[in-house]
Design a protein around this ligand. Structure first.
Ligand SMILES: [Zn+2]
Length: 174
C-alpha cells in the first residue's frame, strides 16, 4: 500500500509540473496577440502567426497530457478504493474465525462460537486463509484406520483428524 501511495503522489507531482508549461504557452500567446496589433509589415505578421501556431500546439499537447494523467489518477483512485474495500471485507470475515488445534499438529480455522447460530459449524483451510480466501474444508470420507478426512477444493489441501468434526468441542485451542 505504501509504495502504491508513493507512486500516486509521484504521478500527481508529474501532472502539477505541466501547469507552468501551460501558463508559459498562454503568456506567449498573449504577447503575440499584442505584437500582432503593433506590427505593420506583412512578413513580420506571418512570422508571428507561425510562432503563435507553434505555441497553440504546445499548449494543446500539454493540456491533453494533463487530461490523460488526470484520467490515470482517477482510475488509480478507483483501484485503490476497491483494494481498500476488499481488505476491509476480508478483515470482517477473518475476524469470525479462530485458529484451532485438532491434535497431532492438525490446525484449522474454526468459526467463533458466537457465529454458530448464523451458519452451520464448519472449518476453514489455514493455507487459503493466509491467502485472504475463505475456503470451507469438506468432509471427504473416513481416514483409515480411524478418523475423518477433510479436503480443501481450492488448494487441494487435506487434513486427517481423529474423530473431530466441526462444531464439536476440542480440548486444544490457540
Ligand atoms: Zn485451501
Amino acid at each position: 500500500m505504501y509504495d502504491i501511495r508513493r507512486e500516486h503522489l509521484h504521478e500527481r507531482w508529474a501532472c502539477m509540473h505541466e501547469i507552468p508549461a501551460a501558463l508559459g504557452a498562454i503568456q506567449i500567446l498573449k504577447n503575440l496577440a499584442k505584437s500582432a496589433i503593433d506590427v505593420r509589415q506583412t512578413s513580420a505578421l506571418r512570422e508571428q502567426a507561425i510562432e503563435s501556431q507553434a505555441a497553440i500546439i504546445e499548449l494543446q499537447t500539454t493540456l491533453l497530457n494533463m487530461q490523460s494523467q488526470y484520467q490515470s489518477l482517477l482510475q488509480e483512485k478507483d483501484t485503490l478504493k476497491k483494494q481498500l474495500a476488499d481488505i476491509e471485507d476480508w478483515s470482517t470475515e477473518a475476524a469470525k474465525y479462530e485458529l484451532k488445534d485438532l491434535g497431532r499438529g492438525v490446525l484449522v480455522y474454526a468459526q467463533r462460537p458466537e457465529y454458530n447460530a448464523l451458519t452451520p459449524a464448519h472449518w476453514v483451510c489455514t493455507r487459503c486463509y493466509q491467502d485472504r480466501q475463505k475456503s470451507v474444508l469438506i468432509y471427504t470420507g473416513r481416514y483409515i484406520p480411524s478418523g475423518n478426512r477433510f479436503s480443501c477444493f481450492r488448494c487441494n489441501n487435506h487434513i486427517h483428524t481423529d474423530n473431530a468434526i466441526p462444531g464439536a468441542a476440542t480440548n486444544q485451542s490457540l
